[in-house]
Design a protein around this ligand. Structure first.
Ligand code: F6P
Length: 525
């Protein structure tokens, strides 16, 4: 699949990125401008021939056909026999979408209306704290978006409890008054051990305080029967269908905590932004298509040039949970070892995604990004405008830092320049030694996504952009981006280990390391 791309990568291995800018049209040519955003991928080693080899993959993998199948509700999640239709959740003014012959839109819109009613009621009540209990996609989407949209918060305080570590719920409830707290149990399956354990602890907390749990719990789940068993009445259960994957679920009921925080109008703006990206993704030609070009740059760096990781570096502090959100979105979707037909994948799967907001990361791990022996393609993001009109100088510094980093990664600093920097302090062999420590090889690729301002609509566009990027990469890799069998084995073993940790079962049949660790814990518990 990637032979031609690898040939291009080998041809360009020594290419200085800076030299590519001898072509004065390069910046505009290697950028996509759409929906008020600019994606600049000109600071990479990709040239026109390499890009053409990448664009050929789009046709070869039939991205257009798979895309049409996804939007039409075909069961493209083949290992689970499910459609992939998170796009229906934001199809606010679109037409009908059919799954198994039935239009799903009336139910989607009715659920959205019910969410708005409950959100407004809570926002107008004396409820002071709303605690979302969920994990993975039932946590990362809402927490990421709620933090991102902090300037729009005008509802009760929202908290997110995910970890089965009792510290998480204990630290959260410390600040809450049982009579003024509502819990949202967010779980697609309503069986996830962490979430159900935390939900039961929340119930016990109310009971200990002598507060009835009537009206205190809301469930967001595809499993209405399990929510009923937990004691949550049907009118407080917000259902969704199995065609919404956990990591793609923030647009529907799983986004209720976000809606409560920012209000239904802002939530709809978030959906509208995503819908605009859906339309752009379906209509724009590959070269002008933001998700397609983000995906191709990713493939260039990972499968083409062999860079295993990608750093996501939002220069937008409120996007502090975006790297974690993208880790799940990208790594749970495209971290697969077999192709759709079950054959071993003959190339690397999706990249290791990690990151941290700038400028904080600059004072932590950028040393390795600039001078380490491995190349880490960097993905910068920044808003043209901040929200804090009275702190404009902060935003100017933020933008300057973001642009400086991509420039520094590309340009580097030569030995001569390094010598000149310290020539007044050292001479002879010591000057040479000191100068070498100050050399930056440069020629390190990065991309930059700039948007106007992090408002609800823009956030919707950004998240949908990444979802579709993952889709395109998955189609080109020929894998199923919508299952997650890789999380199952650990869950099964954890269930089996429970009684061995608590001492309810003897430690036997385990490898030496696991037995030793169990014995250590049991002796000290
Ligand atoms: O363990 C992985 C996973 O299944 C994710 O895909 C999902 O987002 C998360 O667990 C939570 O699942 P649920 O919403 O069913 O509790």
């Amino acid at each position: 699949m990637f032979d031609k791309v690898k040939v291009e990568a080998a041809r360009l291995a020594q290419q200085r990125i800076e030299a590519l800018f001898d072509d004065s049209g390069r910046a505009a040519d290697f950028s996509v401008s759409a929906l008020g955003m600019l994606f600049d991928y000109s600071k990479t080693q990709m040239d026109a021939a390499a890009r053409q080899a990448l664009l050929d993959l789009v046709d070869r993998a039939d991205v257009a056909g798979r895309r049409a199948a996804m939007f039409a509700g075909e069961k493209i999640n083949e290992t689970e026999g499910r459609a992939v239709l998170h796009t229906a959740l934001r199809n606010l003014d679109g037409g009908p979408i059919h799954v198994d012959g039935a239009d799903v839109m009336p139910e989607v819109l009715a659920t959205l209306g019910r969410m708005e009613e409950v959100a407004q009621t809570l926002r107008g009540s004396d409820v002071r704290d709303v605690v979302n209990i969920g994990i993975g996609g039932s946590d990362l989407g809402p927490v990421m978006a709620t933090l991102a949209l902090a300037p729009y918060h005008d509802g009760p305080r929202t908290h997110f409890v995910s970890n089965v570590d009792g510290a998480d719920i204990a630290d959260t409830l410390k600040h809450c008054d049982p009579s003024k707290t509502v819990f949202i149990v967010a779980s697609k399956t309503f069986t996830t051990i962490e979430t159900m354990t935390n939900a039961r602890t929340a119930k016990a907390w109310l009971e200990r305080a002598g507060v009835s749990d009537a009206g205190k719990f809301i469930a967001l789940s595809t499993n209405k029967a399990a929510a009923a068993d937990f004691g949550i009445p049907a009118e407080r259960v917000f259902g969704f269908e199995d065609w919404v994957g956990g990591r793609y679920s923030v647009w529907g009921p799983i986004g209720l905590s976000l809606m409560i925080a920012v209000g239904p109008d802002n939530f709809r703006a978030f959906l509208r932004g995503a819908q605009a990206m859906d339309q752009h993704f379906q209509q724009a030609a590959p070269l002008e298509n933001l998700p397609v070009m983000l995906a191709l740059v990713g493939i260039w760096h990972n499968q083409g040039q062999g860079h295993a990781t990608r750093a996501v570096l939002p220069y937008d502090n409120r996007l502090m949970r975006l790297p974690a959100y993208l880790q799940q979105l990208e790594m749970e979707s495209n971290g697969k070892g077999v192709s759709m037909d079950g054959a071993d994948l003959p190339f690397e799967s999706g990249p290791i995604v990690w990151g941290e907001p700038g400028t904080n990361g600059q004072h932590a791990f950028y040393q390795l990004i600039h001078q380490g022996t491995r190349i880490v393609p960097c993905e910068f993001m920044v808003a043209a405008q901040g929200h804090e009109a009275d702190l404009r100088h902060h935003h100017e510094l933020l933008v300057a830092n973001c642009l400086a980093q991509s420039e520094a990664l590309m340009r580097g600093r030569s030995l001569d320049e390094a010598r000149a920097k310290v020539a007044d302090k050292f001479d002879g062999a010591e000057l040479e030694r000191q100068a070498r420590h100050r050399v930056f090889s440069g020629n390190r690729p990065s991309t930059t996504l700039i948007y106007d301002k992090l408002d609800p609509e823009t956030l919707g566009k950004i998240v949908a952009l990444y979802e579709h990027r993952v889709f395109v990469e998955g189609v080109i890799l020929g894998i199923n981006s919508y299952d997650q069998w890789g999380v199952e084995l650990g869950k099964e073993l954890a269930t089996a280990l429970g009684p061995l940790v608590s001492g309810d079962a003897p430690i036997e049949g385990k490898d030496g390391s696991t037995s030793q660790l169990l014995s250590f814990v049991r002796a000290r518990a």
